[in-house]
Design a protein around this ligand. Structure first.
Ligand SMILES: Cc1cc2nc3c(=O)[nH]c(=O)nc-3n(C[C@H](O)[C@H](O)[C@H](O)COP(=O)(O)OP(=O)(O)OC[C@H]3O[C@@H](n4cnc5c(N)ncnc54)[C@H](O)[C@@H]3O)c2cc1C
Ligand SMILES: *[C@@H]1O[C@H](CO)[C@@H](O)[C@H](O)[C@H]1NC(C)=O
Ligand SMILES: *[C@@H]1O[C@H](CO)[C@@H](O)[C@H](O)[C@H]1NC(C)=O
Ligand SMILES: *[C@@H]1O[C@H](CO)[C@@H](O)[C@H](O)[C@H]1NC(C)=O
Ligand SMILES: *[C@@H]1O[C@H](CO)[C@@H](O)[C@H](O)[C@H]1NC(C)=O
Ligand SMILES: *[C@@H]1O[C@H](CO)[C@@H](O)[C@H](O)[C@H]1NC(C)=O
Length: 311
């Protein structure tokens, strides 16, 4: 499903702590236009597009690979690969342009219900399966009524909260189910539920959250179908990302040690420019920790903003 892009451009990252008082005796300096913390979907998408637009970027990633939730499982018995994390991508112009820029061939992914089992968790009984393709007539008119209403009433909510107006209209704050019942949109709820992931109890979340997860643009994308890497292994996308960015600009197994407030300039002898910032990071290597001072004009933080990841 669509990536929720959480990108913060910050002049300085006061939220990243553990700033060392001084540089370690042994470190390497790297200079670039933008330093990106987090090599998941958003961070790498940004870095690739920055490079495509003539800006240099370095990516600092905590894990030993790029791509985060993309995860490949190879069946030891058959050798067959399965994407057990990110399965597919909208077949929209944004994704197609991206995969084409990376040189990753794609293939359509059929969206047919196969081995799923639907359970009533209260009774532990199986319930009849929802098959969007087979049941489309029962919810499509309602989906169209919903998208028409949302598009006309809240056009500014498409794909982003950026243009949310304040005070927030009362309707956007009511639970999604209340909104759906009032507008006679109940027939599309199971279709909606089948599309949304990882956002908690949608039915009780405020309506604006509901629109964010299924706005008219996403409905349009959903009906256009899905693609993934033609090889069947979505990690190949991130192998291509690493190649595109250049190995010297990707720092894996990286621990961000700090973003000294007030910029780095002055940290190193002879620095006179005071317009930039730096990030100090370290990665283990065979000869001990390899520490890198990344000097950049801008910092892009593309990590989950949880307390654990920010400290
Ligand atoms: C099981 C599962 C299946 C999914 N399936 C799909 C799908 O089929 N299609 C789809 O489009 N979307 C899917 N998604 C959603 C998609 O994975 C997310 O929308 C996407 O990963 C969000 O990208 P992001 O860059 O914001 O965050 P992430 O991809 O989570 O990237 C954040 C990165 O920051 C790194 N990081 C964290 N803290 C630090 C730190 N302190 N220093 C350095 N690096 C750090 C993390 O290791 C991670 O690599 C799925 C998600 C899950 C969990
Ligand atoms: C990252 O760390 C893991 C675990 O220590 C290691 O297996 C892997 O080789 C490392 N990757 C890189 C690129 O350093
Ligand atoms: C949303 O409204 C705009 C005009 O305001 C129109 O161009 C667009 O096609 C509409 N989209 C949908 C999905 O209804
Ligand atoms: C928000 O509004 C601005 C100004 O009209 C516009 O340029 C921008 O594209 C809008 N953002 C979204 C996500 O609609
Ligand atoms: C509510 O929507 C259903 C379709 O799901 C439709 O059959 C019914 O006529 C609608 N009721 C009203 C009052 O609009
Ligand atoms: C290497 O860096 C990590 C992360 O900052 C740190 O926990 C570890 O102690 C360092 N190891 C050495 C040998 O300095």
């Amino acid at each position: 499903m669509a990536a929720s892009m959480l990108l913060f451009f910050l002049a300085s990252a006061s939220l990243l702590v553990n700033v060392p008082a001084s540089l370690p005796p042994d470190y390497t300096t790297v200079s670039c236009d933008v330093v990106v913390i987090g090599g998941g979907l958003s961070g790498t998408y940004a870095a690739v597009n920055l490079l495509a637009h003539g800006q240099s970027a370095a990516v600092l990633e905590q894990q030993g690979r790029l791509g985060c939730h993309v995860e490949m499982y190879i069946d030891p018995a058959t050798g067959a690969p399965s994407n057990i994390g990110v399965i597919d991508y909208y077949k929209n112009s944004i994704n197609q342009a991206y995969f084409s820029l990376l040189g990753v061939p794609t293939a359509p992914v059929p969206q047919t219900a196969t081995g799923e089992v639907y359970l009533d968790l209260a009774t532990r009984e199986t319930v009849s399966k929802f098959d969007a393709e087979a049941q489309i007539d029962s919810f499509l008119p309602t989906v169209l009524a919903y998208t028409t209403y949302v598009n006309a009433t809240y056009p500014y909510l498409t794909l982003s909260y950026e243009n949310l107006t304040y005070p927030i209209p009362d309707e956007l704050l009511e639970p999604f189910t209340v909104f759906a019942a009032r507008h006679n949109f109940t027939a599309m709820l199971q279709f909606y539920e089948s599309l949304t992931q990882n956002i908690g109890n949608l039915w009780q979340l405020p309506m604006y959250h509901g629109i964010h997860s299924l706005n008219p643009k996403l409905v349009e994308f959903t009906f256009a179908g899905f693609i993934n890497a033609a090889s069947g292994n979505n990690q190949d996308i991130y192998t291509a990302v690493a190649t595109y960015l250049g190995a010297q600009n990707v720092f894996l197994n990286s621990t961000v040690l700090g973003v000294p407030s007030g910029g780095y300039f002055g940290l190193e002898e002879g620095d006179s420019d005071t317009s930039g910032l730096c990030v100090l990071s370290t990665s283990p290597s065979s000869s001990g920790n390899q520490t890198t001072l990344v000097k950049a004009c801008k910092l892009l933080v593309a990590i989950l903003p949880s307390l654990a990841s920010l400290t």
